[in-house]
Structure formats: structure tokens, C-alpha cells
Design a protein around this ligand. Sequence first.
Ligand SMILES: *[C@@H]1O[C@H](CO)[C@@H](O)[C@H](O)[C@H]1NC(C)=O
Ligand SMILES: *[C@@H]1O[C@H](CO)[C@@H](O)[C@H](O)[C@H]1NC(C)=O
Ligand SMILES: *[C@@H]1O[C@H](CO)[C@@H](O)[C@H](O)[C@H]1NC(C)=O
Ligand SMILES: *[C@@H]1O[C@H](CO)[C@@H](O)[C@H](O)[C@H]1NC(C)=O
Ligand SMILES: *[C@@H]1O[C@H](CO)[C@@H](O)[C@H](O)[C@H]1NC(C)=O
Ligand SMILES: *[C@@H]1O[C@H](CO)[C@@H](O)[C@H](O)[C@H]1NC(C)=O
Length: 459
Amino acid sequence: MRSLAYVFVVVYIAINTIIFIGIDRNTFLEDIRKFDLYRYAVNQQQSTWPLFKPCMEERDQNQTYVCKWVNDSRSDSTGNYVMYGSEFAVLHDVIIDPFRAAGRPGGENMSSVWNQKESEEYFKLKKSYFRLNCRNLPHHPFKGRNHLNGWFKSVMCVADLNSTLANQINGITIAVQRYEYVNLYQTMADFYNVFLIMILFQIPPDTINILYTDGHPAGMLDDTWQRLFGKIYRAGHLANETKFAKMIWNIQSYNCPLQTCSLPYVPYLERFRDFFLFQHDVTNMKVLNCSKLSVTIIWRRDYVAHPRNPSGVIQRKIKNEDEFLESVTELLRGHEVKAVQLETIPMEKQLELVSETDILVGMHGAGLSHTLFLPKHGGLIELFPAYHNQGTSHFQALTRWRRLHYVSWKNEYRGNEYPNKKTYIPPTVAISKMKKMVEKLCPQTVGVRSLKHHKKFQS
Ligand SMILES: *[C@@H]1O[C@H](CO)[C@@H](O)[C@H](O)[C@H]1NC(C)=O
Ligand SMILES: *[C@@H]1O[C@H](CO)[C@@H](O)[C@H](O)[C@H]1NC(C)=O
Ligand SMILES: *[C@@H]1O[C@H](CO)[C@@H](O)[C@H](O)[C@H]1NC(C)=O
Ligand SMILES: *[C@@H]1O[C@H](CO)[C@@H](O)[C@H](O)[C@H]1NC(C)=O
Ligand SMILES: *[C@@H]1O[C@H](CO)[C@@H](O)[C@H](O)[C@H]1NC(C)=O
Ligand SMILES: *[C@@H]1O[C@H](CO)[C@@H](O)[C@H](O)[C@H]1NC(C)=O
């Protein structure tokens, strides 16, 4: 009798092991992630960043996209200027001479620079804006249409640098020329590029200085830069020549892997997500519970974000917000359905909300960049108006890279389009798309079976 029980226990353990490895892989991955975050937290406290060494592990074979940059370097003969993979460069003891640049200083209150031209927010550099001890600079272009080629042209090599300049910035400074500085998606590309450099060179995030090398006014994502990295400087506010102990020219925003929807994977994307959340003190691990789904609808409403749109009128709004919310709420009775206008709450709260969300819903727009912060089991419902020229969708690509679920709808009926860029979303659409998504998340659960009996599904 005892041996029978023994056999039973062994079989029980074996079955559970199989279930653990085979079926319950998600839980397993969750646990690994918790462990990583924990290690990261501990390391942060002991200032022994990093959490992981990139380009070393076997599973990094697919990361060569960025790892090969580090091997592909070109240096001048002093080693004070090194460019990597036609994407970025590292400069030692470099002086910036602010008097060799023309453009807006940047950081202004938006209301004082209404309708200023965007071109004024990019510096025009003269020779010797950058000055360093260099010789035989490698003349190799940076990839694509790239401001770094302009920066390179303005470099002047000098044999003897005055080491007694009054202004000196120590540590590592990453110089960033931002494009669309208030667009969450574009800025995410800049954040991600800095993150890549940070992990490739193993730099603790809190020690990274960021130098905005552009003249953009103050923007609503400035605080996020501050939160993710160390000190923020503006090149346009340097009062005099300033020497930087080590400067890295950031990867150009449009060259970011995140901008290349056709990529089959984006290196270290989950690590980037964890880093971003962690820097905002968001460490919760949402577990899928099909009896209590959490849905967040993002409203796009007019708001003023930059000087070139003082009226604040934006495209791709939902005309019947209340009706939309009601249909979804009624469909998912007993579940949690929220609607939010993202720009009205701080980034930290946005991240808290999204990291607790199973299903994110919204009209195509930069706010859907939050797809990056959904839990690993999550899904995105993306809506498009009739006038949207649907090319490759960045947000669909995000779901593909993260292996999340994706459902979309495009309005095909002109009668649903209203003035002021508002689209009427028929409740039947809201319901059928949500139902489809719930079935993807919860294919066999009681939660869905109860949904199927919902009266709205009879139609
Ligand atoms: C790595 O890339 C190869 C070829 O693109 C692909 O078949 C494979 O599934 C990838 N492995 C992982 C772990 O993503
Ligand atoms: C970089 O170079 C080292 C040493 O030559 C080599 O072992 C490694 O595989 C290279 N990595 C990549 C991503 O090419
Ligand atoms: C910007 O200017 C407006 C109008 O002068 C003022 O109401 C607002 O407080 C200013 N904001 C900041 C951050 O200075
Ligand atoms: C060093 O400083 C002197 C005096 O301030 C100045 O004349 C000279 O041009 C400087 N040299 C460089 C390379 O900046
Ligand atoms: C800039 O610094 C130089 C010394 O490097 C000094 O001679 C000059 O007066 C400073 N200019 C201003 C405007 O502070
Ligand atoms: C899932 O949600 C239901 C309904 O709120 C709750 O009763 C149940 O305890 C939850 N299950 C887990 C594992 O949290």
C-alpha cells in the first residue's frame, strides 16, 4: 500500500513537472521576471549595476542587431573619437562651444514661443562647435539622413586643449537631438536608444547625464527623461565653453530598432520595459484572471502639447465616448473597465494603470505606445478612422515583438466620420472586437462562456 502511494506521488510530481515546463510556461517566465526585477532592485541599492551582460549569453544570438555595433568600431588615431556601427560615437574630453551654434536655446514656456518654426529648434552648427584632441578622424558616414553627420563636420581637432576651462561636466553625457519631443512614440525611441547604449557600455542609469542638443521648448516628457536617467542639461543653456569628460552621441531616433516595424524582434525589449517601469517605481506583476479582466480605454481629446498646434485640435477622436464605454462595461459586467485621457495624469500613474491592464483599447495614436507596458499576457485593440492611411502599424509591431494579442478595426463607412476629426464607433463594433480579444486572452474560461450568453452577442 505504501509503495503504491509512493508511485502515486512520483507520478504526481512528474505530471506536475511536465505541466510546469510545458503548459505553465507563462508562470515560469513571470517568476524569472520577478527574479530579474528583484536582482535589479538589489543591484541598484548597492550601485552594482548592471543586471545583465548583453551580447554574452547564448540566447543573445538574436541580439546581434545591436551587439555587432560594438565590434564594428572606427577610431581616430588618439582614441578620443570612436564611432560605432555607423550609429553612434564616443568622444573623450570634448569641448562644446555654445557660441558656434545658432538656434533657439530651448526649454521655454510654450506660451512664449507660439508658432515658432520647428527648424529653429534644431541647431545650426559651425566648425569647432565640438573641439577635442583628435587626429585622422575616420570619415565614415552615420547611417541614413542623420544629424550626426552634421555634428561630425563641426568637429575640430586641436592638439592642446585648455584643461582649465571653468565649466566641466564629469561622468558620461549622452547628447540627444530629439525629434517630435512631445510624442510618446518618438520619444520612446530616444529612451530606448539611450537604454541600448547604457547596457552595451554597462553604465548605471542614474549616473548618465542627458544633454538635449536641440532647442525644443519645455515639454510634457521632460520629467520622464529625468526619471529614467541622471541629470539633464540643455546645450542651448551652456553659458560658455564646457568640457565633457566623456560624451556619447546618441543613436538617431529614426534609426531606432523600435522604428523598424519589419524587424522580427527588437533586442532587449522586455528588459527595456522592466527598466522603464522600475525607474517609475512600478514593480507589480499582473496575473491574468479571466473572471476579473481589466480593460483600459484611452480617450484622445484635444489638448495643447507643442507650439505649432496652439488650438490643440487633434485627429482620431471617438465621437460617442459614453456609448462606447457603456457597451464595453455592460459586456464585461463584473470585470473592471476604465477610460482615461492619458495626458491628464502623471507618467507614473499611467504606467501603474497600464501595467495592471489586460486589454488596452484606443484610436491609433502615440498613447498606444503604452502597449510596451502591458503585462506579458495582454492585448491591444487598435481603432482607425476612415481617413487613416493604414500603413505599417508601430503598435501592431509592438504586440508582435512582445507576443501580445492584437485586434484592429478600421472604419469603412463615411457616415461614421464627423466634423472635428471625430469617428462614431458603432456599439456592435465595440462589443464584437472586445469579445474577439477576450476569446484570445481567455480561450477556455468560464469568464468567456458567460460572455457568450450576453444578450448583445445574440445579434
Ligand atoms: C532567433 O532567430 C531565428 C532566425 O531569425 C528564429 O528562427 C528563432 O526563433 C529566434 N530565436 C528566438 C529565441 O527568438
Ligand atoms: C564580437 O567580437 C568578438 C571577438 O572577436 C566575437 O567573439 C563576437 O562573436 C563578436 N560579436 C558579434 C555580435 O559579432
Ligand atoms: C507659462 O506661461 C503662462 C502664461 O504666461 C503661465 O500661465 C504659466 O504659469 C507659465 N508656465 C510656466 C511653467 O512657467
Ligand atoms: C586656450 O586658452 C587661451 C587663453 O584663454 C586661448 O587663447 C586659446 O585659444 C585656448 N586654446 C584652445 C585650444 O582652446
Ligand atoms: C568664457 O570663458 C573664457 C575662459 O575659458 C573667459 O575668458 C570668458 O570671459 C568667458 N566668457 C563668458 C561670457 O563668460
Ligand atoms: C479572480 O477573480 C475573481 C473575481 O474577482 C476572484 O474571486 C478570484 O479570487 C480571482 N482569482 C485569483 C487567482 O486571484
